[in-house]
Design a protein around this ligand. Structure first.
Ligand code: CA
Length: 509
């Protein structure tokens, strides 16, 4: 009897110790071009019309099991955000300040009046010998070295064509499903082989996924199926997994997901709007399918999910006017330094650590994901070739002492995106507390907003708040110099854009 008791206790202890030392699985669920309001989860103080239009029941479910971030930030476009995420660097420092595609080619014409600097148009690279690129120790590389199975599914868009960084396998991912240099799919339809024949270039063909070619399946679902297969393999291998689930949705081309499109047409949304809403719901279904699968496999309680978007909703190519502006009450959208371009819907579920259905108004920024994920994975001993700017927000998730209130956040975008009318192109920004200062490279003008009181950025307080202007422009200037940020040339004078704290500029105010 005693012997049986002792054996039972030994077994019990080994089960408990096995559980406590088991590393968590981590999923980054990154949506492309999804705006702050493109969801039925309200991220503002009140529900908006957009929250009523879009249906994202699985985001609601995730929010009910985790923490909602109402002030989560990315950069205005795809590649800078993705490079910040896997490097932990601010875009001003890594210099991949715009979206990438072809080697050594800046894909967007210079804006009128400015000559864009030689930014790192070849993106992030795992080696130091690629011109016009940033050499980094990528997040998945560190995770892989620490026994994680690292899985890339969906859109990569880290590095330019023909460079190593274009292929996620060179950035520390053990598996790559469908990721390459391009930032959009030729088509979302399996029946079209995820290609766009009319464009007559293969650059947009989604790689891999041949088994779905000719089948009636939407890209978001094909990617989800593949992600689930990889999760199962890592369970079989008894390894924790890091799944970077980066949907191509809801980036253009706007194509209807037939599983959901009719529901929105029935609600009398116009054709484009219904297609867009169906893409959102298809992406949400993917989140739900993954969560269901974790439940089915009994690993929900040991799997962290971080939900994020890479830039603001596409409001600039408005079709049908008001209805297609996706970010209100925020101003503008993708490509802009206004809140509509950079504020994202973000939710984190960390089982056993994060209070269910909680909300935080504390700002975080995309480069914070790097240190956060490593801390969640209990990896403390690692080296990077890059300077890491991001700060882990695990304490915020655990409801402990928070990131200091007076932390400053920075954006630097000496480029323009290429879309029509996102409001502004080429600028630098500092956000501190309730205040946000935008410095425009073209004319060396400023806009100063109290974001807490004026979320729509209507009231420029530059003339009435001169002390604040001086304080913030000084801090912004110091930061940009510290990280060696690149400035464009003002073509009217053929000189570099002055730093924001330049006395000649400030004396005008
Ligand atoms: Ca994007």
């Amino acid at each position: 009897m005693n012997f049986i008791k002792i054996i039972s206790i030994i077994i019990l202890i080994s089960i408990i110790s096995c559980k406590t030392t088991q590393k968590p699985n981590i999923i980054i669920f990154l949506v492309d071009d999804m705006g702050w309001q493109d969801t039925s989860v309200p991220f503002w103080k009140e529900k908006t019309n957009f929250n009523r239009i879009y249906k994202t029941p699985n985001m609601e479910r995730l929010a009910s099991e985790g923490m909602k971030f109402t002030q989560a930030y990315a950069t205005p476009v795809c590649t800078p955000t993705r490079v910040s995420l896997i490097s932990g660097m601010n875009a001003a420092r890594h210099r991949v300040t715009n979206w990438t595609l072809r080697r050594n080619i800046s894909m967007v014409k210079d804006p009128v009046g400015l000559q864009i600097p030689m930014w790192n148009m070849n993106g992030a690279q795992p080696i130091d010998s690629i011109e016009n690129s940033i050499h980094i120790t990528p997040l998945p590389h560190i995770l892989k070295n620490n026994n994680y199975k690292t899985i890339h599914v969906g859109k990569a868009h880290f590095g330019a064509l023909t460079t190593p960084g274009a292929n996620p396998l060179n950035l520390g991912f053990e598996v790559n499903i469908a990721g390459h240099a391009a930032g959009a799919p030729g088509s979302y339809y399996g029946l079209k082989k995820f290609q766009n024949k009319r464009r007559n270039e293969k650059i947009w063909d989604v790689p891999g996924l041949e088994k779905y070619h000719g089948k009636d399946i939407f890209l978001s679902e094909a990617l989800t199926n593949e992600a689930i297969l990889e999760i199962d393999k890592s369970i079989d291998d008894k390894k924790p997994f890091f799944l970077y689930m980066a949907h191509y949705a809801v980036h253009t081309p706007i194509q209807g997901d037939s599983r959901f499109e009719q529901n929105y047409l029935n609600k009398e949304l116009d054709s484009i709007e219904a297609k867009y809403a169906s893409m959102i719901e298809g992406m949400d279904k993917s989140l739900g399918d993954l969560m269901n699968h974790l439940n089915k496999k009994g690993i929900s309680d040991n799997t962290i999910i971080l939900f994020m978007s890479d830039n603001g909703g596409l409001s600039a190519h408005a079709r049908g006017g008001e209805k297609h502006t996706h970010n209100k009450p925020l101003k503008s959208g993708k490509g802009s330094l206004y809140e509509g371009g950079i504020r994202e819907p973000m939710i984190v579920k960390w089982p056993g650590k994060t209070k269910k259905a909680s909300t935080t108004n504390k700002p975080v920024i995309i480069e914070d994901f790097f240190s956060t994920v490593l801390e969640m994975a209990q990896i403390n001993d690692y080296k990077t070739v890059q300077n890491v700017d991001g700060i882990s927000f695990t304490s915020l998730l655990k409801g402990e002492i928070e990131i200091p209130n007076n932390r400053s956040f920075f954006w630097h975008y000496p480029n323009n995106w290429g879309g029509n009318g996102p409001g502004i192109a080429a600028g630098s920004v500092i956000r501190k507390g309730d205040w946000k200062l935008i410095y425009y490279h073209l004319n060396s003008n400023f806009e100063l907003f109290n974001i807490n009181k004026d979320i729509g950025e209507f009231k420029n307080l530059v003339s009435s708040e001169r002390d604040k202007l001086k304080e913030l422009s000084k801090e912004l200037g110091n930061y940009l110099r510290k990280v060696n940020a690149q400035m464009p040339v003002q073509t009217s004078t053929n000189t570099l854009v002055p730093w924001p704290d330049d006395k000649k500029i400030l004396n005008v105010y």
